[in-house]
Ligand binder design. Structure first.
Ligand SMILES: CC(C)(COP(=O)(O)OP(=O)(O)OC[C@H]1O[C@@H](n2cnc3c(N)ncnc32)[C@H](O)[C@@H]1OP(=O)(O)O)[C@@H](O)C(=O)NCCC(=O)NCCS
Length: 87
């Protein structure tokens, strides 16, 4: 499974990229990301562009780089914040 969260406009976030362990390393994860890329590409009009962001887990950087993802340049460093409600 995986999810693309977005605004149907210019920005999207890929989260929850998961393949069951017995099915990993068979190309399924790559296929899911390629399908998302195709879905976005097909929805663009001429001269439009769409930014996908994601946070790779440890050890998965090569997986995403192979699929075309790049690190942000230093002047575009990303930030994040978890908001958690405790009992
Ligand atoms: C990350 C994850 C989704 C990748 O799914 P996957 O189905 O194993 O991905 P793929 O099979 O397309 O690619 C995995 C590797 O297998 C290799 N591979 C792809 N097809 C292959 C095949 N037919 N035979 C052998 N190896 C293959 C790829 O080269 C790839 O290597 P790389 O990661 O060094 O680039 C999976 O490892 C997973 O669920 N991990 C746990 C959750 C997680 O960490 N998710 C990432 C959140 S950011």
């Amino acid at each position: 499974m995986t999810r693309l969260i977005g605004d149907y406009g210019t920005h999207g976030l890929i989260v929850d990229v998961v393949v069951l362990p017995n099915y990993q390393n068979k190309g399924i994860g790559s296929r899911m990301i390629l399908e998302i890329k195709k879905y976005i590409y097909d929805s663009l009009d001429n001269n439009e562009k769409f930014l996908i962001e994601l946070c790779p887990t440890t050890g998965k950087r090569n997986f995403y780089q192979r699929l075309g993802f790049k690190y942000k340049p230093e002047n575009m460093d990303g930030m994040y914040l978890w908001i958690e409600r405790m009992k």
